[in-house]
Design a protein around this ligand. Structure first.
Ligand SMILES: C[S@@+](CC[C@H](N)C(=O)[O-])C[C@H]1O[C@@H](n2cnc3c(N)ncnc32)[C@H](O)[C@@H]1O
Length: 205
């Protein structure tokens, strides 16, 4: 196990050190099948934001599919790695902090993978409130949600886990669950502990 000086995932430097050392055990190295299926089924392209995008394979895939996509990451090293990895599609990746970023256009979709679980539990309400603030009623939040009942993993991360009941309680004040399915192509760190979910923004809050 590699050791890094920065221990605080709230700081860009934490992620910079890991991207610079190419220590990225969360990185899938490609586009998850459930996202491919979601795009294939979509009635129309959606204006999409990918918060905490890392290498941003999904940004390249969505742009190639004709979707208006912006992928953001606050780590300069993550953004540099993404631009190096995805070539011309790197123009869709920008350095920005999710909690400050203002999209240029009204969003139809936020895509989630390994961002919610990258930050400590205390940040979860803020993340969900920001998703809710960025999405108009009817817009979608779709992606991969990491759940694990281990109390140790909820405190020791990233990834920081939570139970599926806690996940439901966190998101359901703002979104209704439309889809919830097993993931067929998880990488080892998430195997058996992630669900593909699609949530729709409610009008009420
Ligand atoms: C575990 S990685 C996941 C990367 C990518 N989503 C993936 O699936 O491979 C979490 C990412 O979130 C980024 N991140 C953490 N806090 C952020 C913030 N406030 N704004 C933007 N990016 C952030 C980190 O720099 C890191 O690249």
């Amino acid at each position: 196990m590699q050791k890094f000086p920065s221990k605080d995932p709230m700081q860009p430097g934490f992620w910079d050190q890991r991207f610079e050392a190419q220590f990225t055990p969360w990185d899938k190295g490609g586009v998850p099948q459930a996202l491919r299926d979601f795009v294939a089924k979509a009635a129309q392209p959606l204006v999409t934001l990918i918060p905490g995008c890392g290498i941003g394979y999904e940004a390249a895939f969505l742009a190639q599919s004709g979707w208006d996509v912006t992928a953001i990451d606050f780590s300069p090293a993550a953004v540099a790695s993404a631009k190096a990895a995805i070539g011309e599609w790197g123009q869709h990746v920008i350095q920005a902090d999710f909690f400050q970023y203002q999209p240029a256009h009204t969003l139809g979709l936020i895509y989630e993978r390994a961002f919610l679980c990258a930050l400590p539990a205390a940040m979860r309400p803020e993340i969900v409130q920001r998703w809710a603030a960025l999405l108009p009623a009817g817009a979608l939040l779709a992606g991969f949600f990491y759940t694990d009942n281990s109390p140790e993993r909820s405190l020791k991360g990233p990834p920081f886990s939570m139970s599926s009941d806690d996940l439901q309680a966190l998101i359901s004040p703002y979104f209704e669950l439309l889809e919830d399915s097993a993931v067929v192509d998880s990488i080892p760190v998430f195997i058996g502990k992630e669900r593909w979910q699609v949530w729709r923004r409610l009008a009420s809050r």
